[in-house]
Design a protein around this ligand. Sequence first.
Ligand SMILES: [Cu+2]
Length: 327
Amino acid sequence: MVYNFPLWPDRASAMAGNVDALYIFLLVVSGLMSALIFTLVLVFAARFRKRPGHEAEQIEGSLPLELTWSIIPMGVFLVVFVWGAVLYFQERTPPQGAMEVYVVAKQWMWKLEHPEGQREINSLHVPVGRDVKLIMTSQDVIHSFYVPAFRIKQDVLPGRYTVAWFRATRPGTYHLFCAEYCGTQHSLMGGEVVVMEPSQYAAWLSGGNSGQPLTVTGQRLFAELGCSTCHRSDTQGRGPNLVGVFGRQVLLEDGRTLTADENYLRESIVSPGSKVVSGFKPIMPTFQGMVSDEQLNALVAYVKSLSQPASKSVAAAGTQPQTQQVQ
Ligand SMILES: [Cu+2]
C-alpha cells in the first residue's frame, strides 16, 4: 500500500536530499506554528469565555511580548532564507569540469546532444556520479526541463541559453517532464533520464550511431560558414581572435565589460551588432536564420573548446588517432 502511494519522488541526485531537508524543515515549522495557533485559539476561547463576575481587563501593550513575537519569527525566516539561498546558488552554479549536454526543446520533444556527438530524443543517458551541465534552448515556445528525482526544474527559452546541472547518485530510469504549458501535446512532452554505471555508459557511448563530436561539427561549420575568414588564430583577421575568448572578460565598444559565457557567444553569432567588441568595426554579418539551434550549439561548443587546455581542444583531438588519447 505504502509503495503505491509515494509521498516523495525518488531521490537520485546529489541535491535531492538537501532540497528535501529544507522542504521538511518548512513543513515542520509551519506545522508547529499552525498547531500552536489552533491550540491557543481553543484554550483562550474556553478560558476567557464570558462568565458572570469575570470582567476582561484591557492590556495596552507589552514590550517584552512584542519583541518576542518579532525576533523569534525573524530568526526562523532568516534561517529559511539563508538555507534556501545557499541551495539556490548551489543549484544555479554548475561545477567546473562538468560533462556538457546540449538540449534543444521543441513542440513536443526534447532533443539532446552529447559532447561526443551522440544524439537522443526524449531520453538522456548519463553516468552515475558525474556532474552533468545542461545547456538548453528552445526552437519555438517556452518549455521547462523537469526531473523530479533530481529536484531540478528549469525553464527553457527560445533565443537564449538557460543552464541546469545535476549529479545523479543512483543508477535507474527517471521521469523527464516538460513543466511549462507549451501547446496541445504538452502533456506528452516527456521522456526519461537513464542513469548508468560508468562502464555501461562508456559502452553505450561507443555503440550505436554516434555522430561526430560536437566540437568537430562546429569546426566544420566554422569553416563552411566563412567564420574562419575573419576569425583567425593570429591577429591578422578582421574579427577578434577567438582562442581563449570563452570565460574571459570582454570590453565592448560602448565601454561595458562582460564575461564571455555561452549566451554571449550565441548572441555574438545571431546578433553581432548588439554587443560589438572594443576596437572592431561592426562588420560581422548576422547568422540569424541561417543556422539551426543544433548548428549554433556546435559553433558555441567549438568556440568554447578553443579556450580549453590544448589536450582537450579539437585541434589536438582531431589530429590524434583515438587510441593514443587513452592513457
Ligand atoms: Cu514543452
